[in-house]
Write a protein that binds this ligand. Structure first.
Ligand SMILES: Nc1ncnc2c1ncn2[C@@H]1O[C@H](COP(=O)(O)OP(=O)(O)OP(=O)(O)O)[C@@H](O)[C@H]1O
Ligand SMILES: [Mg+2]
Length: 410
């Protein structure tokens, strides 16, 4: 019997794999005890690459090496093919994504006893917004990685269309449903008619997701404690200059953090520390760069975002890894302020999805929430406002896409 097609949801933050096993959906346990795996890698100075939670563990335990996350957001950019020195070896991100997919395939094979040669992968409706060339290149990059990882046949399906297939029973038969899939990197939408089989009425997407939300939260809450918004004394004249933002932008962007760990950046920060009006804040920035604490900080920001969204009283972004006791308070109100600029793009994207599908917003009966960031109250508010007659239905947010991909392999 030929091996089934492997369904893979290669997400910005989390990856999952599943198959149809004799007509039944079967999610694979791609790391012990879990049906999803953080899309992350760790290269130790010596020894084998680690992926998923293992990679995060190596980072948290302070092992020497290079941790990387949000690899999907670099697909389609020149950086993807740019060789970089990573843990003592020159490698490209393309090689790293390939190695991640090889490990994924091997784990799926070990668990099922199949040898997979065909993959059905999800992809966002738009990897890059308003840049069709880049978008095509991103799919071509991912396809090449699957091929290099040993898959002979590689097909793609839009992630929200897969989620629609998995959600065919979310509303009454014949009901119009809207998938709102907000993940780590992109926001994707599909209008569909549910029932016995799913009819796709239209899809749309934008490049906006949880990593952008983390960025906004970090810039508002954490980076000011590292000197952002402060001033530098001029060297050759009187007066003050604003602290340049570039380094803070990179430090709060998951995919860019590893590229800050260079002698050039250390020198730049040392120079800024010499001239800073708030020397203590700039010393903290220097600690983050020299001790390579960018990812630890980004994890703390992400945890603070989730805690504040959940309404945790006195939620904090714990920055104790930078200086003992250092923390940035975060509340529902300050989170809402940090994310305010995302409301309009989300609302417009939903409107655009319905408009191009020729569907009246009032005729949407069910909005299906998919993706980790759909748990944000901001997203749910916008979905409710855009489809006032709809019932909100929470899918299995982290696996709806891979479920639908597996069902689509039938
Ligand atoms: N409870 C929560 N509240 C808010 N955000 C959350 C919550 N749990 C997870 N997230 C966010 O969800 C995002 C990850 O979601 P998900 O795993 O669906 O993304 P992905 O599928 O990997 O990304 P994409 O589909 O965009 O490529 C992260 O940015 C994470 O911070
Ligand atoms: Mg996703």
């Amino acid at each position: 019997m030929p091996a089934p097609t492997l369904a893979v949801d290669f997400g910005t933050s989390n990856t999952a794999a599943a198959i149809l096993d004799g007509g039944t959906l079967r999610r694979l346990e791609i790391e012990p005890g879990s049906e999803t795996l953080p899309t992350a890698v760790f290269f130790p100075m010596r020894g084998e690459m680690r992926i998923g939670s293992d990679a995060a563990r190596a980072l948290i335990e302070g092992e020497e090496g290079r941790y990387m996350r949000a690899l999907k957001s670099v697909l389609g950019t020149p950086l993807f093919h740019d060789p970089r020195l990573i843990a003592g070896r020159r490698r490209t991100l393309a090689q790293i994504v390939t190695a991640f997919l090889v490990t994924l395939r091997e784990r799926a094979e070990a668990q099922t006893g199949h040898r997979f040669t065909r993959v059905l992968s999800g992809r966002p409706v738009q990897f890059h917004t308003g840049a069709p060339d880049r978008d095509q290149q991103a799919e071509a990059d991912l396809r090449a990685c699957y091929h290099a990882a040993g898959f002979e046949t590689v097909d793609f399906l839009f992630e929200p269309e897969a989620a629609a297939i998995a959600s065919r029973d979310a509303g009454a038969a014949g009901d119009i449903g809207l998938i709102v899939d907000i993940g780590g990197g992109t926001s994707d939408f599909t209008v569909f008619r549910g029932g016995e089989s799913v009819e796709i009425l239209g899809s749309h997407g934008i490049r906006l997701g949880g990593t952008d939300f983390d960025h906004a939260v970090s810039m508002d809450h954490a980076m000011p404690l590292l000197g952002l918004g402060g001033q530098l004394r001029r060297t050759l004249a009187d007066g003050l200059l604003p602290v340049p933002r570039g380094i803070y932008v990179d430090l709060s962007t998951w995919a860019m953090i590893p590229f800050l760990y260079s002698r050039d950046t250390e020198r730049l920060v040392e120079d800024m520390a010499r001239h800073a009006v708030d020397a203590q804040a700039m010393e903290r920035l220097a600690t983050v760069i020299t001790d390579q604490l960018g990812h630890d900080l980004a994890f703390a920001v992400e945890a603070g975002k989730i805690a504040a969204n959940d309404g945790t009283a006195r939620a904090m972004i714990n920055m104790g890894m930078v200086a003992p006791g250092l923390a940035a308070p975060i509340s529902q109100a300050s989170l809402a302020r940090a994310l305010a600029d995302s409301r309009l793009p989300l609302a417009s994207a939903i409107r655009q999805t319905l408009f191009s599908a020729g569907v009246d917003p009032l005729s949407v009966g069910t909005v299906v929430l998919v993706g980790g960031s759909s748990l944000l109250s901001l997203v749910q508010d916008e979905a409710r406002a855009a489809c006032p007659a709809a019932r909100l239905h929470r899918s299995e947010v982290f696996t709806a896409v891979v479920d639908g991909l597996a069902l689509a392999t039938a």
